[in-house]
Write a protein that binds this ligand. Sequence first.
Ligand SMILES: Cc1ncc(COP(=O)(O)O)c(C=O)c1O
Length: 423
Amino acid sequence: MPDSVLRRAASRFGTPLYLYDFDVIERQVARLRRALGPRFELAYAVKANPSLGVLFFLGKLGLSSDVASAGELAAALRAGFLPSKILSTGPAKNDEDLEALVRARVAIIHAEGEWELEQLEKIGKRLRRRVAVGLRLNPPWGIAEKRVMIGGPGAKKFGFDLTSARKILRVKERFPRLEVCGFQVFNASNVLNASLLVQNVRNVLSLAIALSKEFSVPLRSVDFGGGFGVPYSDGERPLDLKILREGLEAVARDVSLEPRLDGTRLVFEPGRFLVAESGTYAVNVLGTKRSRGVDCVLVDGGIHHFLRPVLFGTPHRVRLIRARNGRRPRPSSPSRRSMVVSGPLCTSLDVLHPAARLPLPERGDLLAFENAGAYGYTESMPLFLSHEWPAEAGVRKGRLALLRKAPSVATLLRGQSDPFGGR
Ligand SMILES: Cc1ncc(COP(=O)(O)O)c(C=O)c1O
């Protein structure tokens, strides 16, 4: 994203600020669609960035969506996703989540435990509805994650392991209101190896077909989850979309020969790949200090808005945007040095970058953290220290727009009282 756009956005909406480049989102959708080909459906995992503006945009591009809660469902519906294009997956969905999903008549609800099936059965009975259900499976094989996010093969809290899945499929008639009609497997995020992703698709399909035969489960949908990675650090190579495309073309050819997969929705539900690279978290430099030989830059944002770098121990690339369009030192300039970028939280954990290599910033400059469009704003902890949250803004073909106003301090206090009269 050009520095001039960030400067304009920061002066218009203030800092700290999340800014998403919608042209990048559009590009990522197009690139991934080309790689998936026509046989695979693209659903957006809302959790990656549930900002309504982003959802409206992706809905208009024709994507389906995957929601994990009643809140995400409400957002997807508000953004215009048809229920037939909404799928749901998420561990520990509560009774309200499940009821909202049934009432909305979403395409399929992936159950992650026996109690969810029992609860869905009760809801289906009460509402006199048949409920399309898939089982989220947690096979002992799968893609090992570079950094644990979902948990890799054998992740424990997600879905049914194969013994439990077989046990429940054997007695599926216990749930007359449920139509078990699909499977979902997702156990690795931020995967940068396209061949592993393709192999995983093959493995999931074989498993789905085997269970379908063994337990007479119609395959209305098979869902391979998300997991398409983006490079966060300089040494990482982007996903090879050519390998992905060629691999999936071969899978699609094999699928066309398998009668059980005739008309089956073959779904991917990525989040990160579609939105991560669109986003920048921009903060304002409040001051710098040198302490015991270390340069520290203090900024007006921190890990309360952008937790990811410390949560996963992966600093994001950051660049300096001078307040004035002054002469900028060349990248190889010796004035570049390593510095710690920290925010206002009263904890030494609040480090946005432990070793950013930058020319020393000055008060009023901006620092722009890249690849912040996925799992940024909403995977953080904005209430700590009661600062205002950042606004979210978008840029589309050079035009800036506010997506979500920063809530004021008054908003943060709203709904609270002194219930014990100060005693
Ligand atoms: C069920 C489910 N589907 C899809 C995703 C999206 O994953 P990614 O952003 O890695 O594509 C997640 C992420 O946690 C998930 O839990």
